[in-house]
Design a binder for this molecule. Structure first.
Ligand SMILES: Cc1cc2nc3c(=O)[nH]c(=O)nc-3n(C[C@H](O)[C@H](O)[C@H](O)COP(=O)(O)O)c2cc1C
Length: 515
């Protein structure tokens, strides 16, 4: 039986990612060989000319590290246990800030229940290898449909902060969305990525020569599973580390998220910096012009922005600094941000969380300042606003309720996604966030019509538990889960996902869930 290596026609679009791919065998470029211990079959780890990133390989790596080195993953791989692990590892205030939702957290819980109320319908006896997770957004091909959500104040969760998460994203070719509320200036992150001479590969890593495989090791399982899926696996192979399979893009992709200041001069300065820093897309968050009622932070009096944390973008901005100085200098005393953090924090928060929403017509100003690069509105939940967004000339929207952190009682993002896709999906690039925890969650959102999804809290829990490595591990795990779940669902490319693969169930959803 002949099994073609790839049936995807978009090879030319993809970045040059020469890597090892355990799913594909290329005898011309053997990497290493070792005998098995149960027969004399040669186990061959082979290089491939395929340019696909084998995200699913990370699953094999985890087993391999456990079996050969007794190493456990840096965080749990169970999405329902991650939160508890983070609670134990992080400072109470830092954890609460990430974990907490607004009000009684009704929307936060509803986001998860909404996912539980959609089920996927897998198809069998289909060739699903090699998988292609890539998606095209605004004319550019990205290796997977996952983006890192903008998350503020990352120094509150781990000293690696935004730079650590940006490095984790770069190692996996996941676009990093820089938040206006970051605790690290944008330029510092860009410089850190350049300093490392490019991103490092994901853990767990191994440079050791491959040892013989036990009879029931995951490599054998991988071969068996390849056979079961209709692919000739060739001779048994040892798993390779993703460390050697991923070649990250030398120019990691970054987007810029704007909390929209009242003062157009400050907005212009921020956007100009974002353009210079190479941010490809502007994400304008609409749902957070003021902070919601957040009991966990209120009860502990945690408001980082009031004391200078999460204000790094503003405090490093020359226009903001000049305006602060003009406003607060007295006589011979020239006011500097560093000399009066509380006043500077109040001034900055008054700009970005002023309580005043901008208006639809103000988007014209952003277009003028940002030029012709894509603009995406984050926080759209109604069909009416999606239609207004399409009319306003922006390029995309993110259907999001901010992970249930803003208006408590707001509808789950997933609930609105199909209607919004039906209304504007042919005019706007519609993306999604709020509640993504597993690979199948990603597939459900894509099958409902989203072009890509943003992942938030889980990666930050990874950061809180184990810094850069933890964030990288959580992202790599989610990508592996997406990859494997696509195969089990019976699809090879993201473009094949559609609503016929979903069923909305009429009972109340599963009870045991990571609420
Ligand atoms: C701790 C935390 C900080 C956040 N900061 C921002 C931010 O600065 N800008 C923004 O647009 N969204 C922010 N968000 C919202 C996320 O971008 C995203 O919409 C949300 O995390 C999705 O929900 P989920 O993580 O539960 O899936 C934040 C979310 C969390 C949990």
């Amino acid at each position: 039986m002949n099994h073609p290596r790839s049936s995807n026609g978009d090879e030319a679009d993809r970045p040059n990612l020469n890597n090892l791919n355990a799913n594909i065998r290329d005898e011309k470029t053997p990497r290493s060989t070792a005998p098995t211990n149960n027969d004399n079959t040669t186990i061959t780890v082979v290089a491939s000319n395929s340019n696909k990133i084998p995200y699913g390989q990370y699953q094999i790596d985890i087993y391999f590290q456990a079996l050969t080195a007794g190493k456990k993953p840096v965080t749990t791989t169970d999405p329902n246990k991650l939160e508890q692990q983070a609670r134990e590892a992080m400072s109470p205030q830092g954890f609460n800030y990430v974990f907490g939702g607004a009000g009684e957290q009704a929307t936060m819980h509803a986001n998860r229940l909404a996912f539980r109320q959609w089920k996927v319908i897998p198809r069998m006896l289909r060739d699903t290898l090699p998988r292609n997770l890539s998606v095209k957004l605004f004319g550019k091909t990205y290796d997977s449909p996952i983006l890192m959500a903008p998350i503020g104040v990352q120094s509150a969760y781990h000293p690696d902060a935004e730079t650590g998460v940006a490095k984790a994203c770069a190692a996996l070719n996941v676009p990093f969305i820089y938040s206006t509320a970051s605790s690290t200036p944008l330029e510092e992150i860009v410089a850190a990525l350049e300093d490392t001479g490019g991103p490092s590969p994901p853990s767990p890593e191994t440079e050791e020569p491959a040892p013989p495989a036990p009879a029931d090791d995951p490599a054998t399982a991988a071969s068996a599973s390849a056979s079961a899926e209709g692919k000739d696996p060739g001779p048994a192979r040892l798993p390779t580390s993703s460390a050697s399979t991923l070649v990250p893009d030398p120019k990691p992709s970054r987007w810029f998220q704007l909390y929209w200041p009242l003062d157009d001069d400050i907005t212009a300065s921020l956007l100009s910096r974002a353009r210079v820093a190479g941010c490809e897309v502007l994400v304008v968050t609409l749902d957070t012009f003021t902070m919601a009622w957040r009991p966990l932070d209120l009860d502990t009096g945690f408001l980082p922005f009031a004391v200078g944390e999460g204000n790094a973008l503003g405090f490093s901005d020359s226009v903001f600094r000049q305006k602060f100085s003009d406003k607060f200098s007295t006589g011979e005393n020239e006011a500097q941000v560093e000399d009066n953090i509380i006043a500077a924090s109040r001034y900055w928060a008054g700009e970005v969380f002023s309580g005043h929403a901008h208006k639809w017509e103000d988007l014209a100003t952003l277009r003028k300042l940002w030029g012709d690069r894509p603009i995406v509105l984050k926080g759209v939940l109604s069909v009416e606003d999606a239609v207004l967004a399409a009319r306003s000339g922006v390029d995309g929207i993110i259907v999001s309720n901010h992970g249930g952190r803003q208006l408590d009682g707001a509808v789950p993002s997933l609930e609105m996604l199909p209607e919004i896709i039906d209304a504007v999906g042919d005019r706007l690039t519609v993306m999604f966030d709020s509640g993504i925890r597993t690979g199948v969650d990603v597939l459900k959102a894509l099958a409902l019509g989203a072009k890509a999804v943003l992942v938030g809290r889980p990666v930050i829990y990874g950061l809180g538990i184990a810094g850069t490595e933890g964030a990288k591990h959580v992202l790599a795990s989610l990508l592996a889960d997406v990859d494997q779940s696509m195969g089990l669902l019976g699809v090879q490319t993201v473009g094949e996902l559609n609503r016929s693969m979903l069923r909305k169930i009429s009972y109340g959803g599963d009870v045991k869930t990571s609420l």
